[in-house]
Write a protein that binds this ligand. Structure first.
Ligand SMILES: Nc1ncnc2c1ncn2[C@@H]1O[C@H](COP(=O)(O)OP(=O)(O)O)[C@@H](O)[C@H]1O
Ligand SMILES: [Mg+2]
Length: 508
């Protein structure tokens, strides 16, 4: 069968000399969901931007329905039936959903825009694909998941027959992801062809027909998804074997390091965010906190780190009350991987080296008699860059130049390398590639082996299930379930607790 859309021998060298695509062949069959997988920087977005007329290839040709195709701009690509939803949404926040959907393609009544028709058409499309969007709502009031739906509807409104989704699930919760998947199936049923960019192999397995794997700008192969294992896909993506399962060292638990008793937390408006949570983590153990984002997990982690005040109850670290500010908690030998590495985790303008040692400025290791020991600092950062496989030209490079995965490794390196007694890891691998995620997981397990108590907050069920010794689920600010041995519970059951459809007996 002739491909619907085809890229032949596409190469792309950016003006800075970066070869993002190297003689890539890519083909799309009508009616399939085609995964485009690869680590961060593999060239996935570049290839799709070329198909969508946003970037010009340096070499190679495109064909659409068997005829040569060279889109001069996204508008040109859209007029030929392509649609693309980018990683960063391109909506106007102050406009309504309907206004965003029709922007630049509005129905006219004489000279003016027919708003009624616009709202009706948006509502019709939303109903057809179960998007349940209210056309009159403002985009700025929508959740990320909703904004993504608006982007999809916008493409459909413009007549997209080929829909390119660039890492759509990176920003979604498991529930939103499941919803998106059922919508993608509906779209496929109605004849839409989909490119699904992801490096999450479970997702690729769950919804895609075929997969193309990129590594270092090259095509590493095209497969029927049912013919390749996750292990094989990740080996092609990363270039080496990746452990998808981990062996935990069988060491006895230590003393209780983190103790949380009847904790209540409120936000600035006085709304209760966490209620009556009691948990404890001994040394050498990982306590996972699973849950749909926004159910109090993040507040819990931040309270442990002294970032938000305690309304009532108590948090103890190594037996001492942890009620102080971040600095005070830090002195209790606590490491912290915050949820938002851009805002909290790193200082973007500072160098990798400065970021790596920022929490040790008071230690004699890097500072003696008030003077920074430059040689020590540079040796220490070079060794961390190596140990944590941080891809950079030098440790003096600005952190903001790194990819997401490498930036996260800077944070993990800084926080794990001081051998803390307690590590609070909030979504430690969100949005990072498999290779980096694996490294981060190994580092957490290494700390565990050396007796660190770890509080692991993650919306990624695979991750918490794989790493946690014990597991708590949070829903609506409360612990809805606790499992001494999480390997005994199915993901489906966990889903029920996460959505608040089930609550364990006898849990406060
Ligand atoms: N506009 C650009 N200018 C220079 N280099 C770029 C540009 N966009 C992407 N790159 C580089 O090209 C490579 C591939 O990037 P990209 O296509 O975004 O990968 P992916 O989507 O797989 O993460 C990366 O090394 C990236 O830094
Ligand atoms: Mg990309």
């Amino acid at each position: 069968m002739e491909p619907l859309l085809e890229a032949r021998n596409i190469s792309k060298v950016y003006p800075n000399g970066m070869a993002a695509n190297r003689s890539v062949n890519f083909s799309l069959q009508k009616g399939e969901i085609h995964a485009l997988a690869g680590e961060n920087g593999a060239g996935k977005s570049t290839l799709m931007k070329i198909l969508f007329g946003m970037e010009k290839p340096s070499e190679g040709e495109l064909r659409l329905n068997g005829a040569p195709f060279s889109p001069s701009s996204p508008q040109d690509a859209i007029s030929k039936g392509l649609g693309m939803v980018h990683q960063h949404f391109m909506l106007v926040p102050s406009f309504t959903i309907a206004q965003n959907v029709i922007l630049g393609a509005a129905p006219r009544k004489g000279l003016s825009v027919d708003w009624k028709k616009a709202a009706q058409e948006t509502a019709d499309l939303s109903a057809k694909y179960n998007f349940s969007l209210d056309p009159n709502k403002r985009v700025e009031d929508l959740s990320v998941g909703m904004k993504q739906k608006v982007e999809i509807i916008k493409a459909l409104y413009r007549g997209a027959k080929i829909l390119i989704l660039d890492e759509p699930t990176a920003v979604l919760t498991p529930q939103e992801t499941a919803e998106l998947f059922s919508q993608l199936f509906k779209l496929r049923e109605s004849g839409i062809t989909i490119v699904f960019i992801s490096h999450k192999l479970k997702e690729v397995k769950a919804i895609c027909n075929r997969i193309t794997i990129l590594r270092g700008g090259r095509n590493m192969g095209v497969f029927q998804v049912s013919d390749v294992s996750e292990q094989e896909i990740s080996r092609l993506m990363v270039g080496r074997d990746v452990a998808l399962k981990y062996d935990k060292d069988n060491i006895p638990p230590g003393d209780a390091i983190l103790e949380i008793n009847r904790l209540f937390l409120k936000n600035e408006d006085g709304k209760t965010k966490v209620s009556n949570v009691s948990l404890s983590v001994p040394g050498g153990r990982i306590l996972g906190i699973a849950g749909v984002d926004g159910n109090g997990q993040n507040e819990l982690a931040r309270a442990v780190m002294g970032e938000i005040p305690i309304a009532s109850g108590e948090i103890r670290i190594c037996g001492k009350p942890a009620t102080g500010k971040l600095q005070g908690v830090r002195q209790l030998e606590t490491g912290y991987i915050p949820e938002d590495r851009m805002k909290q985790g790193t200082a973007g303008d500072a160098s990798i080296s400065d970021n790596l040692i920022s929490i040790r400025l008071k230690s004699p290791e890097v500072c003696s008699k008030g003077i920074l020991r430059k040689k020590k600092i540079s040796a220490l950062s070079e060794s961390l860059v190596g140990l944590y496989r941080i891809l950079c030209s030098s440790a003096d490079q600005k952190v903001s130049m790194l990819s997401g995965g490498n930036m996260q490794k800077v944070v993990v390196a800084r926080e794990c390398s001081t051998s803390p007694k307690l590590l609070v890891a909030d979504q430690p691998t969100r949005g990072v590639d498999v290779g980096s995620a694996e490294l981060i997981h190994h580092k957490l397990l290494e700390l565990r082996k050396n007796g660190t108590a770890i509080l692991l907050v993650s919306a990624d069920l695979n991750e918490v299930m794989e790493l946690s010794d014990h597991l708590a689920i949070m829903f609506n600010g409360q612990i809805s379930a606790y499992f001494e041995d999480p390997s005994q519970v199915s993901e489906e059951e966990l889903g029920l607790y996460m959505l608040g459809l089930k609550k364990q007996e006898g849990i406060s």
